[in-house]
Design a protein around this ligand. Structure first.
Ligand SMILES: C[S@@+](CC[C@H](N)C(=O)[O-])C[C@H]1O[C@@H](n2cnc3c(N)ncnc32)[C@H](O)[C@@H]1O
Length: 237
């Protein structure tokens, strides 16, 4: 089966999110995990983050969950040493309280979206100290109707308005930030989304052309490059 335009375009960038490798690796290196830590990544895609966690924390073991078999095939081809479950997070039989680290980045929709996902992620983490590495978008400014349309009919309430609102939602869900948030810079966003569009434009099929055109059209809007934010949080239950 042909991979989706999104999956093909993402071959050009390190993650399926706009974070820099320095921010991801820095956050992972700073995680205080117990010996033999159990790690789960929901919405893992090609499990790039999970692989980096396991490489940085020898002795940890991991589970990756994603319903996209093609993305998991990429993870297997890259040699990830983890159990990979092809399922939606809610169908994967994940045990509550069982994980020293729960990773969920650009995938809160796997748990009902923002902000409900925070409570589900907390529930998976070990009581009294389990960590959640959570990557989520936020509106860096109020999204215009045209910007929301360009996203295919998104609504403003899908994301918090501002980084502080994202942090407040985490606290309200019973998760305490334990490291400074890492926020994608304008340069990170440009490298990510221009990289995706340029890679998709290398393909000669309608789906890939449309994928690239939608990114370019959104960038051309007023504040088209300044409306999205994305942050990586280290949270503790
Ligand atoms: C934007 S990608 C993020 C992948 C990876 N976390 C990263 O940042 O590189 C979102 C992923 O969530 C997965 N996904 C969508 N619905 C899901 C669900 N109900 N349960 C688990 N994963 C889901 C998609 O298949 C996709 O691989």
């Amino acid at each position: 089966m042909t991979e989706s335009a999104s999956l093909r375009a993402h071959a050009a960038v390190p993650f399926m999110n706009p974070l820099s490798e320095a921010d991801v690796d820095g956050a992972i290196a700073g995680l205080e995990l117990p010996a033999g830590a159990r790690v789960v990544e929901t919405g893992c895609g090609a499990a790039v983050l999970l692989r980096r966690v396991l490489a940085a924390h020898p002795g940890a073991s991991g589970v990756g969950v994603d319903p996209d078999g093609e993305a998991l095939a990429r993870a297997r081809a890259a040699g990830v040493d983890a159990e990979l479950i092809e399922a939606r997070a809610q169908d994967a039989g994940l045990r509550e309280g069982a994980f020293d680290l729960v990773v969920n980045v650009a995938a809160s929709h796997a748990h009902g979206g923002f902000p409900d996902a925070l409570r589900e992620l907390r529930a998976l983490a070990r009581p009294h100290g389990g960590l959640v590495l959570f990557g989520e978008g936020f509106w860096a400014r109020e999204p215009s109707p045209a910007f929301l349309d360009a996203l295919g009919g998104a609504t403003a309430d899908e994301l918090p308005l501002g980084l502080d609102a994202l942090l407040d939602a985490a606290r309200a869900a019973g998760l305490a930030p334990v490291a400074p948030p890492r926020v994608a810079s304008a340069a990170d966003w440009a490298a990510y989304e221009d990289g995706l569009a340029a890679e998709a434009e290398r393909y000669d099929d309608a789906e890939a052309r449309d994928y690239a055109a939608r990114i370019r059209a959104r960038h051309a809007l007023p504040y088209g490059r300044d409306t999205f934010g994305f942050a990586l949080l280290v949270l503790q239950r």
